[in-house]
Structure formats: C-alpha cells, structure tokens
Design a protein around this ligand. Structure first.
Ligand SMILES: [Zn+2]
Length: 165
C-alpha cells in the first residue's frame, strides 16, 4: 500500500509525456507504456489497447487538488478478453490512496491521542496502524472501529482481502 506522500512522489517522477493535465486544481496522468503486455487469461503477448478509463483517485488531501488516473485497458488478440495492468499505487480492491484508518479518523475530527486513550493502545503501536498499514489484533481492531463508530471491514476490508490472496 502506497502512502499519500509516496504516491505524490511517484506521479512527480513519471515521464513528462505521462502527465496529461497539470494545474493547481487537477492532475491527470497515465502510466508509461510497457512493451511487454501479457494476457492474464491465456498468456498471449498479442494485446492492443482497448480503451482508456479516467478514474478519480480518492484519499488524497484536498490541498493537492484532484488526481485522475487514465487507466488503460487492453484486449487480447488471441482470446478476446480484456484486462488492465496492475498499477503500483492501488491494490486490486483498494478504493483510496493512503490509509483508510487515518482518513476515517480525520473525517470524524478525532485525534490519534483520543483514539489511543479510549482504546488503551500505546501511541507508538497505533501509529504503525496508520503509518505502516499494520493490521491490529481483532480485539483492538474492534475497539478502534467501535470508538470511530464504524466497523472493522470498513477500516481494514481492503487490506484483509489483499492479504488473503
Ligand atoms: Zn488472451
């Protein structure tokens, strides 16, 4: 999982021709084209670009403006299936950049200090949940979810599904 900071750095280091729009309000980019695209269904290397899909990336601070990822979809010339190449900043089922726990806590205007006090978790440990995307034990996870008035799946569902693959 990529943090907001490393995501912004990643986009900033993309080749110039990958940046389609760059204003204060909006950044629009695509990923460099790789020569080798392999169809995940049949292994064929004969694939062509089928279409582009503009995806707004969520989870970023408002101050950086809106980020749109122009995602390429390929169509395999042998089996006809379409597929997308994985990108380094969003996991398959991940819905937003950065850490969901941090986002939800911040939305509710609750500080890290308040969470650790209410849930009896040491601050250094809690920080790992937000900064290193560590998943707490189920007991702690439930306490935190309860305190934030949400549920464990809402907070860690993305990570749990990618960890079980
Ligand atoms: Zn194929």
């Amino acid at each position: 999982m990529m943090s907001v900071k490393s995501f912004l750095e990643y986009v900033a280091t993309l080749p110039e021709d990958c940046i389609e729009v760059k204003t204060e309000e909006e950044t629009r980019f695509h990923l460099p084209r790789k020569e080798s695209v392999v169809c995940p269904a049949c292994g064929s290397t004969y694939a062509s670009i089928d279409k582009y899909h503009l995806q707004r990336l969520r989870g970023l601070p408002a101050a950086v403006g809106a980020y749109f990822y122009n995602r390429r979809r390929y169509r395999c010339k042998d089996c006809g299936k379409t597929f997308a190449k994985p990108n380094p900043f969003l996991g398959r089922r991940q819905r937003a950049i950065g850490n969901r726990l941090r986002q939800i806590r911040a939305q509710k205007k609750i500080t890290q200090g308040q969470v650790v006090e209410a849930c009896g978790v040491p601050l250094y440990l809690y920080r790992k949940y937000e900064d290193n995307a560590e998943i707490p034990s189920l007991m702690v996870a439930m306490k935190i979810a309860d305190y934030l008035n949400t549920d464990v799946l809402e907070l860690w569902g993305d990570q749990l599904s990618s960890a079980s693959k």
